[in-house]
Design a protein around this ligand. Structure first.
Ligand SMILES: [Zn+2]
Length: 295
């Protein structure tokens, strides 16, 4: 029995091989579907997605060749939503994850993401929090056999050809957790994005005083449009064409504040908001940035 079946297998293999050679087939008969290996095509563009996570923040960055970065992941109750977004954008691995600071509206959903998607490396500032949220992120990091690298000014890397990432803050230690926020600038060709976390006036002043190149076409408005951030001096140095406010409808903080909205208006900045437009996608071809909104 064994012998016969072995001979049959051999014969069959021979016949199939002969057929393949005759038909000029290569061995890649069943290539894996595209969506399983690369994120949703960006058409050679850099895509920065301001995910609608209600009151909270999360930005997904996909480079022209499909490198991926996630900055923050919304609050704890957005874990399922974050995994849905990862699925929707075809994210099967994250090269870099950044938790800007330990507040729940930024790192709440990070543990679920790290538990479900392979992560290359993770950055967080040197700031502790005695919260279950913070502990669960650290546990997820440990389970994924990752080690948190310190987010601070001066760290930079090439995310892709012509896509450069610079961490501009925190420049020092602050008592306030918001000021400890990792601030990230992404440059692609002639276009740039400044993602500010919840950095407040102190951190903004330190970046301005240090002579940091802050100019960016697109700015994430600091601290959800709170009046603690987006000082005029900082805004003038960034000199954005577009600003995005990550904020939930009817939030209890009254974000964004009208003083900040007026300041942006006076500087001629076009504003996009998650509470009004849902998820906001910005796309750069290296020359200019275009926007698409969910609603
Ligand atoms: Zn926040």
């Amino acid at each position: 029995m064994m012998k016969t079946s072995k001979i049959t297998t051999l014969l069959l293999t021979g016949v199939i091989t002969a057929l393949l050679i005759l038909s000029g087939c290569s061995l890649e008969i069943n290539p894996a579907p595209e969506s399983n290996s690369t994120p949703a095509s960006t058409g050679g563009n850099l895509r920065v997605v301001f995910l609608d996570v209600g009151q909270g923040a999360s930005q997904l960055i996909i480079s022209p060749s499909g490198k991926t970065m996630l900055i923050d992941a919304g609050n704890n109750d957005k874990e399922e939503l974050m995994l849905q977004y990862m699925d929707q954008y075809g994210i099967t691995k994250l090269d870099t994850v950044i938790g800007t600071h330990p507040d729940a509206d930024h790192i709440g959903g990070l543990d679920a993401v790290i538990n479900h998607i392979p992560v290359g490396r993770i950055y967080m500032p040197k700031a502790q929090a005695n919260t279950k949220t913070f502990e669960s992120v650290l546990r997820a990091v440990k389970n994924a056999k990752l080690k948190v690298q310190t987010a601070k000014a001066g760290i930079s890397w090439e995310m892709d050809d012509e896509v450069h990432v610079d961490m501009l803050a925190p420049r020092r230690s602050y008592e306030d957790s918001n000021n400890m926020s990792a601030v990230v600038k992404i440059t692609y060709g002639r276009t740039s994005f400044l993602l500010t976390g919840d950095a407040e006036a102190d951190s903004e002043r330190d970046m301005v005083d240090a002579g940091t190149d802050l100019q960016a076409d697109v700015m994430l408005v600091g601290h959800h449009g709170s009046k603690s951030s987006t000082t005029l001096a900082f805004l003038k140095r960034v000199h954005p064409k577009y600003a995005v406010i990550q904020v939930g409808a009817d939030n209890t903080y009254g974000h964004p504040k009208s003083v900040i909205l007026n300041r942006l208006k006076q500087q001629g900045v076009k504003v996009y908001r998650n509470d009004l437009q849902g998820t906001i996608e910005a796309e750069s071809n290296g020359q200019k940035v275009t926007f698409r909104t969910e609603r």
